[in-house]
Design a protein around this ligand. Structure first.
Ligand SMILES: Cc1cc2nc3c(=O)[nH]c(=O)nc-3n(C[C@H](O)[C@H](O)[C@H](O)COP(=O)(O)OP(=O)(O)OC[C@H]3O[C@@H](n4cnc5c(N)ncnc54)[C@H](O)[C@@H]3O)c2cc1C
Length: 411
C-alpha cells in the first residue's frame, strides 16, 4: 500500500491521517507534541465549526464529542453605538448546528485513536532537513504544521495575500460561570460584538477538558484600545483585562460575565499573525516536493471563525484527491491540481475574511442593520459562516446587496 507522511497533528493532519488510515494507506504522522502534552497545554483556538465541516468529521466517524458539546443553534451580531449601547442586535438561525470542541481534547483524542488503530506516530519536530530525507522514502509528504516555522518552505502568494501585517491582536479566555444571554437564554449561539474602529468581541459556548464552558475572544485593531494583551503572561491578569474591556465596550456582555473564572491554568492565549496564502508546493534542498495543507497554505484571520472549518474541508478534499489518484505518482502537477480543487472553496473564505478585516462599506452596514428587522437576512448571514461562497450573491457588490434587501423586504 502507498506510504504517506503527514507532518503536524492538528485538525487537518489528524483528520487526513485517520481518513487515509481507514482506507488502508500506510500513514506515518509526525507531531512535535505528545497527546498528553497537547491535552495539558495551552488553548489553541476557539475552533467553532459549522455544519459542513462537522459533517466531514461525522463521515469519518470522528465526532466523538458531538453528544456532549453544546449545540450552537444561532449566530448573532451586536454593534456598539456611539452612546455605548447596542445600535444593532440580532440573532440568525443556523440550518445545522455548529459546535466547538477544545482542540486540546480533540487532537489528543484523535492522536490516540490513530495510534490505537495501528498508525505510526512519531513524536518529533520536523525540520526541512528531515523532510528532504523523507521525501525520498515516502510516496507523498504532506505538511500540515499550521502556522509554524515549516511554512517558510512555501512562498507567499502576494496576489492572494492583500495584507502583509497582522490585522488584529488576538486574546482568548476560556471561562466557566458565564450567565445566559437574556435575549435568548435557551438558545446557544456565537455572538459577534462589533466595536466600530476598535475590533470585535466573540463569545461562544465550547466543550473543554472540564466540560461545558464559554470563550471570550477579543480581536483588537493593532494599536487601538483593544490591543493591550501583548506581554501579559499571567492568566488572571489576562482575564481581568478581558473583563475590563467588556465593561467598557460591550457592557451587555459584561453583565453576564461578573461571576466568570478561567477553566484551567492554560485557558488563555494571545498573539497575532498576518493572513497569508502560499504557494502549495514546497521544494526541498534535495529536489523533493511536499504539499502544504490547510493553514500552511491558506491562513486567514480568525475574525470569521473559518480556519478549523477550512482545515476540515481541506483534509476532506485532499483525501478525495489522494484516493482518486490510485497508484499514479504524486507529482507536482497532481499537487497543484489538488490544491486548486481545495482553493475553489478556500478562495471564498479568504475573500470574505479579508473583507471583514477592513472597515465595512455603507452597503454592508445597511445589510447588518437590515438583519435586525428582517429575520431571513439574519439567517442568511449566519448560514454564510457554513458556506461563505453565498456571500458572492449579496454581500460584496452594492447593487446586489440593495437588490437582495429589496427582495427580502417584500418577500
Ligand atoms: C485565537 C484563534 C481563534 C480561532 N477560532 C477559530 C474558530 O472559531 N473557528 C475556526 O474554524 N477556526 C478558528 N481558528 C483557526 C483554527 O484554529 C486553525 O485555522 C486550525 O486549527 C488550523 O488547522 P491546521 O491543521 O492547519 O493546523 P493546526 O491546528 O495549527 O495544527 C498544526 C499542528 O502541527 C504541529 N507542528 C507545527 N510544527 C511542527 C513541526 N515542525 N513538526 C511536527 N509538528 C509540528 C503543531 O504543534 C500543531 O499540532 C482560530 C485560531 C486562533 C489563533
Amino acid at each position: 500500500m502507498r506510504r504517506i507522511l503527514i507532518v503536524g497533528a492538528g485538525q487537518s493532519g489528524l483528520q487526513l491521517a485517520l481518513g487515509l488510515q481507514a482506507q488502508g494507506y500506510e500513514v506515518t504522522l509526525m507531531s512535535n507534541r505528545t497527546a498528553d502534552e497537547i491535552r495539558s497545554g495551552r488553548v489553541m483556538s476557539t475552533q467553532c465549526m459549522f455544519h459542513t465541516a462537522l459533517q466531514h468529521e461525522r463521515d469519518l466517524g470522528l465526532n466523538f464529542w458531538e453528544d456532549r458539546a453544546p449545540r450552537i443553534e444561532g449566530l448573532g451580531v451586536s454593534v456598539t453605538g456611539p452612546d455605548g449601547g447596542r445600535a444593532v442586535d440580532w440573532l440568525g438561525r443556523l440550518d445545522g448546528y455548529a459546535q466547538s470542541v477544545d482542540q486540546r481534547l480533540k487532537m489528543a483524542g484523535w492522536m490516540e485513536t490513530f495510534a490505537q488503530r495501528g498508525g505510526q506516530l512519531v513524536i518529533h519536530g520536523a525540520a526541512v532537513s528531515d523532510l528532504d530525507y523523507f521525501s525520498r522514502t515516502y510516496d507523498l509528504v504532506l505538511v500540515a504544521a499550521g502556522k509554524g516555522e515549516l511554512v517558510s518552505m512555501f512562498g507567499r502568494d502576494a496576489a492572494r495575500s492583500p495584507y502583509a501585517e497582522p490585522q488584529r491582536a488576538l486574546a482568548v479566555a476560556y471561562v466557566h460561570g458565564l450567565g445566559p444571554r437574556p435575549e435568548h437564554p435557551d438558545t446557544d449561539a456565537v455572538r459577534c460584538n462589533l466595536v466600530p474602529g476598535a475590533g470585535e468581541l466573540f463569545v461562544m459556548p465550547t466543550y473543554t477538558l472540564s466540560g461545558r464552558a464559554d470563550i471570550l475572544f477579543w480581536e483588537g485593531v493593532p494599536g487601538g484600545p483593544l490591543d493591550v494583551f501583548k506581554g501579559v503572561r499571567d492568566p488572571s491578569e489576562h482575564l481581568a483585562l478581558t473583563l475590563e474591556l467588556m465593561e467598557r465596550f460591550t457592557p451587555w456582555e459584561y453583565a453576564r460575565a461578573t461571576k466568570v473564572e478561567l477553566t484551567d491554568a492554560h485557558a488563555t492565549l494571545a498573539g497575532r499573525y498576518a493572513p497569508t496564502v502560499r504557494n502549495p508546493v514546497g521544494r526541498l534542498p534535495g529536489g523533493g516536493l511536499v504539499l502544504g495543507v490547510a493553514d500552511v497554505v491558506v491562513a486567514n484571520d480568525p475574525i470569521t471563525g473559518q480556519g478549523a472549518n477550512s482545515a476540515a474541508k481541506c483534509a476532506a478534499s485532499y483525501l478525495d484527491s489522494i484516493t482518486a489518484h490510485g497508484d499514479r505518482p504524486f507529482d507536482e502537477a497532481w499537487m497543484r491540481a489538488t490544491f486548486d480543487r481545495y482553493w475553489e472553496t478556500a478562495r471564498h473564505v479568504t475573500k470574505w475574511t479579508n473583507a471583514m478585516l477592513a472597515p465595512p462599506p455603507e452597503h454592508v452596514l445597511n445589510l447588518i442593520g437590515a438583519a435586525g428587522e428582517l429575520p431571513p437576512v439574519a439567517d442568511r448571514f449566519a448560514n454564510g459562516f457554513d458556506d461563505p461562497a453565498d456571500f458572492e450573491n449579496f454581500f460584496y457588490d452594492p447593487d446586489k446587496a440593495a437588490g437582495y434587501l429589496a427582495s427580502a423586504g417584500t418577500a
